[in-house]
Design a protein around this ligand. Structure first.
Ligand code: MN
Ligand code: MN
Length: 368
């Protein structure tokens, strides 16, 4: 599986050892998920020997019973983890000199501690880009998990729409969503903190949820997602509570047109930059280009944000199996904000979204 690709990369790039330090990457290669906090959690992969994972002693049993079938070594809080790691590696092979690190993850202090154990080794190589590259292409099994996470997001929207009434706070609505996801869907946790924004709060894309109360005749913006078997969902919908202003309705329709045009335009062979332009041109021509203040989308998988970045100037060619969001937004400070977002997968000739909640402007009746 994926670990074989990493071993091939070691051979091809002339490196002896890969030290994988990012828990998400370890989960990607081993199927074992763990949050080590300040303790040490690592995967060591060798060009020709068996890999092993290294965990705190209190996680050894759990790791052995996980999807990972390889060796597991632990260390006690009273031990020096770096000395234990060095001992296990020297036990396998004493001549390893060329190490590849996850430079976009490993802290400088951890680098210095491992380096001190192998003072003559070379630590120049970076395996981060290779890992980001293979994670660009999702397997059918990964796509299944992303679709299941998308269904949970669709359920969450329904809970959120039903929770809207005059006077309730953004935090109350977010709380209802998260509570019902746990109770009804068994969701362990969200992929990021649920965003609920009423009225002009929605003009600040990442704000809240605050103690702002729902008022009649405003837009309400939701941006939410769950983790499903280690895969994330991320989706946004904006709905009307009562009858919003003409301006609010106008920007909603422009955003919806831009989002749909981008979804319809996705084709293997086009660049990320070209796709961004499809939505951006529509919003710009309508006179709101300066209010679309972020890229069109981002990759999704084990993390809410990964590659590819769907942004102006990115010449990366879109290919089948890539998964990313399409999420144009229009944010007019102190007036209103709209974002409509789906994540989906690039198919042979198009794009299949993971979320299906309707995008015609939904008018919710006023409720006390
Ligand atoms: Mn997103
Ligand atoms: Mn989002």
């Amino acid at each position: 599986m994926n670990l074989t690709k990493l071993q091939e990369w070691l051979q091809d790039s002339g490196n002896d050892v890969a030290y994988i330090s990012d828990p998400t990457t370890i989960s990607y290669f081993t199927g074992y998920d763990m949050e080590p906090h300040e303790r040490i959690f690592a995967l060591f992969v060798f060009k020709e020997q068996d890999p092993f994972i290294f965990v705190p002693a209190l996680n050894v049993e759990e790791a052995k019973n996980s999807a990972w079938n390889g060796d597991v070594y632990g260390y006690l809080d009273s031990e020096d983890p770096w000395a234990v790691i060095a001992d296990k590696i020297k036990h396998r092979n004493t001549t390893y000199q060329k190490w590849a690190l996850e430079k976009n993850n490993l802290s400088v202090s951890h680098y210095q501690l491992i380096h001190a154990q192998f003072p003559n080794a070379n630590f120049d190589a970076d395996v981060s880009d290779f890992i980001a590259h293979i994670r660009l292409y999702k397997t059918p099994e990964e796509i299944k998990q992303l679709q299941a996470a998308g269904q949970e997001a669709d359920f969450a929207f329904q809970i959120g729409f039903d929770a809207i009434k005059t006077g309730v706070t953004e935090r109350y609505i977010a709380g209802q969503i998260e509570y019902q996801l746990k109770v009804q869907k068994g969701v362990m946790h969200e992929s990021f903190e649920t965003i609920v924004q009423t009225g002009s709060n929605a003009a600040n894309p990442h704000l809240g949820p605050t103690m702002n109360q729902v008022k009649p005749n405003e837009l309400v913006l939701f941006d939410l997602g769950t983790m499903h078997n280690g895969y994330a969902s991320d989706a946004s919908r904006t709905v009307a509570y009562g009858e919003p202003s003409a301006k609010a309705k106008e920007i909603y329709e422009i955003d919806r047109e831009a989002q749909q045009a981008a979804i319809d335009a996705v084709k293997p062979g086009m660049t990320a930059s070209e796709l961004d332009s499809v939505a951006r041109d529509i919003i710009t021509k309508a006179g709101y280009g300066e209010y679309f203040i972020h890229r069109l989308g981002h990759g999704i998988g084990k993390e809410v944000h990964e590659y590819p970045s769907i942004v102006q100037g990115n010449d990366l060619v879109i290919e089948e199996g890539m998964c990313f969001s399409i999420e144009p937004g229009i944010y007019i400070p102190k007036v209103a904000g709209v974002r409509i977002e789906d994540c989906g997968v690039v198919t042979k000739n198009g794009y299949e979204p993971f979320t299906h909640t309707g995008k015609e402007l939904k008018y919710l009746p006023l409720r006390d």
